[in-house]
Design a protein around this ligand. Structure first.
Ligand code: MN
Length: 712
């Protein structure tokens, strides 16, 4: 196992300013935290985080990332807490460790749900700090290197498949080709062991047949370049079994037909030397047509730069050659990790203002792949940019649209949870319910049986499910209020009639009214669809004096109710209607409009609809109410009321109207928003003045925001 000072030395080797104290503390903390835990191999568990840290030193990552690697399994697998890590290592490391832990949790989750798609999306969503992903990739690489220690074949296969599907492509997309190839090859060995074995055997045969061939080719390439005065480092190797297998699959050819199993790399000082070296190769050896690619003048979208060519090289071997500068090589091998390492230097030279903005643009670059499949993939990724992924305390993943709050989260888990939510804890801290959730948040909903959804919640949610559940609940609640109100009206009606109120009497009406439950009768009463008089007459036929119903007419249509009222100035025999737009009442100043074939429409003189008749004065008819207009009984006036959207306001409204002698004939909710709702109320009144009195009484009520007679 690597010693503490060895690790620190490795980091110091590429980073003079490494935070040695941090590395030392993380080493000791993780070693103690994992204590006597062991891995499947029998090794002490701590060897794993240590190896992960070592892999990351090869990528030249900063001290915070190396410390994170050491600590990456402590939150999930030991007694260590987030607070402890934050206290000892600061907010930056704590956030990184937390990020890696969440990815690990998600990994366990994906094992259950096989939801690789969600997983991949989440991985990229976490890329606001790319170092989390780098640690996760190194973690996976070490787990793959030690995969053979795991006993259960199906578990090995699952991990290998996941690596092939998710981690290897991710590494490739991040420009880390070396890492990608190793992950692929290790997975390949598990997924298709036979194929890999046969390729390995074939490669060994070739190696034995041509001992020292790679070295000889390297020597010849080098000599040729030196003769032209080009200083270069040349390396060569046989390709990995998996990339050979892929070529065989793609081109549907046999191993024997596959000739370019050797790959060589020429690394030179600068760009100009790249082209000079290329010229040397092409002059000296025959090129294989169609294989030349210049990614220096046209880099790949992920920033990859190199020249690729294939020649029939020394010993007539078909060899693929990559030519690039030292920096291009570094970026090609370490990909985004190299960008990360360079970012401070670049910032220092004033090339980069905000290293994070720059990093984000790199992530964007990565997300724009170079094949049609990648393009498809990207289209999916864009969709997911509008999403956040949060966890339940059990680690279940809940995906929500960006901007979602804990209330959305609660309803996404279960409607009951939403309906009884009273508060939320996000990542262990109490937060207001209107807090916007972020990627990776762990959300715990606090609930109480006595809690019900608040109307104001509607403005705090963005998911359709939450919104409709809240509305449904509030609608039901309003119905409950109407039922209560109706019940009170029924009791009063019985009392006024000198009778004892019984539930049984109401039950007796159900069949006649074709209703199933007494609640529905009360709701009708509460809404004004059924009046006191109707009720008493139905329960006690003939009890009320004959003129009681005349005194309180109960026609559904207010226009018809007023029709009995005499109006001065009407042509006898001509039909007339009180306009639905302004509901004229006795006492209102009125005017008639002659409508061809439909008689006269009576409007109040301030009705907005009169506007359209200004050009046809011949249709206007002067009207007025008869002095005895109110003798025929109450008329029906309509008002529009804006009420505060709070429980109990409906009952307060009804009480206020009743107190000034108004009888609600009908009411309906015209509009609703989180702060208030608008009701249209038809009230039985004596005349316009009576209605005005009711309106001023309502204006005085604290639940009423405004009241008016509709004029349109
Ligand atoms: Mn691990």
């Amino acid at each position: 196992m690597m010693r503490q000072y060895e690790l620190v030395e490795r980091v110091r080797h590429y980073d003079r300013n490494a935070d040695e104290a941090l590395l030392n503390r993380a080493y000791v903390f993780a070693m103690r935290a994992h204590g006597a835990q062991t891995r499947a191999s029998g090794d002490p568990y701590f060897s794993h985080p240590l190896e992960v840290a070592a892999i990351l030193t090869e990528l030249h990552l900063d001290s915070a990332t190396i410390a994170t690697a050491l600590l990456h399994d402590t939150l999930e697998d030991t007694e260590a807490t987030y607070e402890e890590i934050e206290g000892q290592f600061g907010a930056e490391v704590a956030a990184l460790v937390d990020g890696v832990t969440k990815l690990t949790k998600l990994e366990l989750q994906s094992e259950r749900t096989k939801d690789a798609e969600n997983f991949r999306k989440f991985l990229l969503a976490m890329s606001n700090d790319i170092r989390v992903l780098l640690v996760k990739l190194a973690d996976r690489l070490h787990n793959m290197r030690t995969l053979h220690h795991i006993g259960k074949p199906e578990r090995r296969l699952r991990i290998a498949q996941e690596t092939m599907d998710i981690y290897a492509p991710l590494a490739g997309r991040m420009g880390m080709h070396e890492l990608r190839e190793e992950l692929e090859d290790l997975s390949f060995g598990e997924i298709n062991a036979d194929a890999r074995d046969s390729i390995v055997r074939r490669l060994e045969f070739l190696k034995a047949e041509s001992v020292g061939r790679i070295e000889r080719i390297i020597g010849q390439l080098k000599a040729e370049l030196e003769r032209e005065g080009i200083e270069a480092s040349v390396t060569g190797r046989m390709k990995r079994p998996y990339s050979i297998w892929k070529k065989m699959e793609e081109k549907a050819i046999s191993f024997e037909q596959l000739s370019d199993i050797y790959g060589f790399r020429i690394v030179v000082r600068d760009e100009q030397h790249c082209y000079q070296a290329l010229g040397v190769l092409h002059r000296r050896w025959q090129i294989v047509p169609g294989r030349f690619k210049d990614y220096i003048s046209i880099p790949k979208p992920n920033g990859y730069q190199s020249i690729h060519t294939t020649i029939i090289g020394p010993e007539r071997a078909r060899v693929e050659v990559q030519i690039r500068t030292r920096q291009m090589d570094d970026l090609a091998e370490r990909g985004i990790a190299a960008h990360w390492a360079y970012k401070d230097k670049l910032a220092l030279h004033g090339k980069v203002q905000d290293p994070y903005a720059w990093l984000r643009s790199i992530v964007e670059m990565i997300e724009h792949g170079d094949t049609p499949e990648d393009f498809l993939e990207n289209t999916k990724l864009e969709l997911f940019q509008d999403q956040v992924f949060c966890f339940t305390p059990k680690g279940e993943i809940i995906s929500l649209p960006r901007g979602a709050t804990p209330i959305d989260f609660a309803y996404a888990v279960h409607t009951d949870l939403g309906n009884t939510a009273v508060g939320a804890r996000v990542n262990g801290r109490d937060v207001p319910l209107r807090t916007e959730l972020r990627n990776g948040d762990e959300v715990e909903i606090k609930r109480s049986k006595s809690q019900t959804p608040q109307p104001v919640w509607e403005s705090m949610v963005i998911t359709g499910k939450a919104r409709s559940a809240i509305r449904r609940f509030i609608r039901n609640q309003q119905r409950v209020e109407l039922v209560k109100l109706g019940h009170a009206i029924a009791e009063k009606a019985f009392a006024d009639a000198g009778q004892e109120f019984t539930e049984k009497a109401i039950e007796g009406l159900l069949r006649r009214l074709k209703l199933a439950r007494t609640d529905e009768v009360y709701a009708m009463l509460g809404q004004g669809a059924l009046t006191q008089v109707d009720l008493i007459e139905m329960v006690f036929p003939g009890l009320l004096p004959a003129d009681a119903s005349l005194a309180m007419p109960n026609q559904a249509d207010p226009a018809r109710a007023n029709a009995a009222i005499p109006i001065r100035g009407l042509t006898p025999g001509l039909a007339y209607h009180l306009a639905e737009c302004c509901h004229p009442l006795p006492g209102d100043r009125i005017v008639g409009i002659l409508e061809a074939g439909r008689g006269i429409h009576v409007h109040t003189i301030d009705c907005a609809n009169l506007e359209e008749f200004h050009t046809t004065p011949e249709r206007w008819i002067d009207l007025g109410w008869e002095a005895h207009a109110t003798d025929g009984g109450p008329a029906i006036g309509r008002i529009k009321v804006d009420l505060r959207n709070e429980p109990g306001t409906l009952a307060a409204l009804c009480t206020a109207i009743a107190r000034v002698g108004g009888n609600i004939h009908n009411l309906k909710i015209a509009e609703r928003n989180p702060a208030f709702f608008t009701m249209v109320v038809d009230i039985e009144v004596k005349d316009a003045k009576h209605l005005t009195n009711i309106m001023s009484a309502l204006n005085a009520s604290p639940v009423v925001m405004s009241v008016e007679r509709p004029r349109e």
